[in-house]
Ligand binder design. Sequence first.
Ligand code: ZN
Length: 286
Amino acid sequence: MRDFSNNTKDFGLNTATLGHNIDGAGAGWSPEEVIDLCAQKGLGSITFWDREFKHDAQHIGDYAKGAGIEISSLCRAPFLVGPLAATTREQVLDGFFRVIDMGAALNAHSVVVCVGGVVPDSHDMQYSLDQVSEIMATAAERADRAGVKLALEPLHPVYAGDRSCLVTIRDTVDMIEGINHSAVGVAIDVYHVWWDLTLGDQLQRLNPEQILGYHLCDWLANTTDVLLDRGMMGDGVANLRRIRQAVESAGYQGSCEVEIFSSQNWWKRDPEEVLDICIQRFQNVC
Ligand code: ZN
């Protein structure tokens, strides 16, 4: 395993940690201000959310490059299926293509995909996953032409109804094998997989280049909100070292991205204070 005790280059900031993805939350910093702070702290990469841009993705990509910061991902594709997805397949693909093109303009390595919940009235996980696979296969062609990877992120089973019928790393690897396209891989998020004892074995089924991201936070034992009460690394119950060992044993050497949704705690603090604590935890408990 990599030694992070004096490392900041392998630390990536997901701007959700600063509350930027929700209107009215966080300090309201511009993408440029966030990039400047990350560069000042010696970080290697940032992941932005599509809601942070209008038509200025190219400018932000160039600005980050000038500051020596890579854009690891763009969050995220619209939901592909389920109750929160657009009504028609055409609308879903239009939205998906828009985010892929934005990711390319930003020079992001990947676009994160949270697939959406079970198809309404289907009562059928497998059917829902099959629909996702079809859409992903089409989008993979577009992503390939744009030079962007698509990172399927399985979510914790608590989200299966509305946000993600893709809930295990096993199903995710099955889907990646089925789609069989070089533009499609996986993003592993501690929040969603910390409970899964099969993580290491399932990741061994992938090639290293199919692991496109690793997201850090913690699961609070007394969580009050499964969407917006994520914990800072070290404050929860996840075995962060063991999870990273599983990810790195499968060949991943990319950035470790801190992604903490926390409307009642971390989003209320000063961004620099949050970032300093993230770095300290990253170096000591991750
Ligand atoms: Zn994530």
